[in-house]
Write a protein of this length. Structure first.
Length: 302
């Protein structure tokens, strides 16, 4: 056999604190027809050593286990691209090295593959957990999903409005996991450009109520500011993505809004990205976004 139903790709970088728990979350689930690909981005801690030991003890539970290592730190996007030539599954499911599969997640993923066989992108739910986090929080938000699930334009607007689809919840058909669908301009952001590109190309998302992943929130998440900082580098790149796709979507409202956010985040960086002045600028950025004036006259989700 040269193919299987599902490939799970796990991306790691200095994940020694969480990687054993992440990989163990797949054990005792239905994995005999699942390929596991682990791709490490030149970790400097004991991540690779831990993974080698885990594979030795557990590789027979899977269709195949592939472990890819790097001699250079490439960033998240290129680390993801490394896995593409090795994928054998008809569908691909990603997992970060600090997250966990929910109980019975793989069983539910397989059910959804057959339930939504006419679709190419399925979004399950992610349960957030971690320090100082409401353990019952579920993404994406059900009340908003009800408004956008039937129209591809509303799914796009959902992104432009500043909401994000949890990347850890995406289940993607193999035909879409190709290099040209990922944007190398964004070193540590492989997800949002991919989501925009698929929606603009006409690949509507379908939503499952099954919880696929437990998403761990902690201080070292890439999207979080470093300790003492007001904004993260990820945020500025995020607004660049919104600007570029607002142009492709031909939306003046979201183009203006993204430029507004880029100007403020740039100013915050220039002023040192810390302290009360930068916090004040970020408050103004969030509370006075131009899109809010537009939305007074027209609901964003038509």
């Amino acid at each position: 056999m040269n193919s299987c139903l599902l490939t799970i790709t796990v991306l790691t970088y200095n994940s020694e604190k969480y990687i054993s728990e992440a990989l163990d979350s797949m054990l005792f689930q239905e994995t005999k027809d699942v390929q596991l690909i682990i791709s490490d981005d030149c970790s400097t801690d004991k991540t690779c050593e831990i993974i080698d030991g885990w594979i030795k003890n557990n590789q027979l539970n899977f269709f195949e286990v592939v472990f890819l290592k790097s001699n250079l730190n490439l960033g998240v996007t290129k680390n993801k691209l490394k896995t593409i030539p090795f994928i054998k599954g008809q569908w691909e499911k990603g997992l970060a090295g600090d997250d966990l599969f929910h109980e019975n997640a793989i069983k539910n993923i397989k059910k959804d593959i057959f339930k939504y066989s006419d679709s190419k992108i399925i979004i399950g739910c992610a349960q957030i957990f971690g320090e100082k986090v409401n353990s019952n929080a579920i993404l994406p938000r059900k009340n908003l999903i009800k408004k956008i699930q039937s129209k591809i334009d509303n799914q796009l607007i959902y992104l432009f409005e500043g909401y994000t689809y949890p990347a850890v919840s995406f289940l993607v058909h193999r035909s879409l996991i190709i290099p040209k669908n990922f944007d190398l301009k964004y070193r540590n952001m492989e997800d949002v450009p991919f989501h925009f590109k698929q929606l603009i190309s006409g690949n509507k998302f379908v939503f499952s109520e099954s919880i696929y992943v437990r998403y761990r929130k902690h201080d070292t998440n890439l999207s979080n500011p470093q300790k003492g900082k007001v904004i993260s580098e990820y945020q500025y790149q995020y607004y660049q993505v919104l600007k570029n796709y607002a142009i492709k979507y031909k939306s003046i409202k979201y183009f203006i809004n993204s430029i507004w956010s880029m100007i403020f985040t740039k100013l915050i960086y220039i002023l040192g990205n810390k302290g009360w002045w930068c916090k004040s600028l970020d408050f103004i950025r969030r509370k006075c976004q131009p899109k809010k004036a537009f939305n007074i006259f027209r609901s964003p989700f038509r």
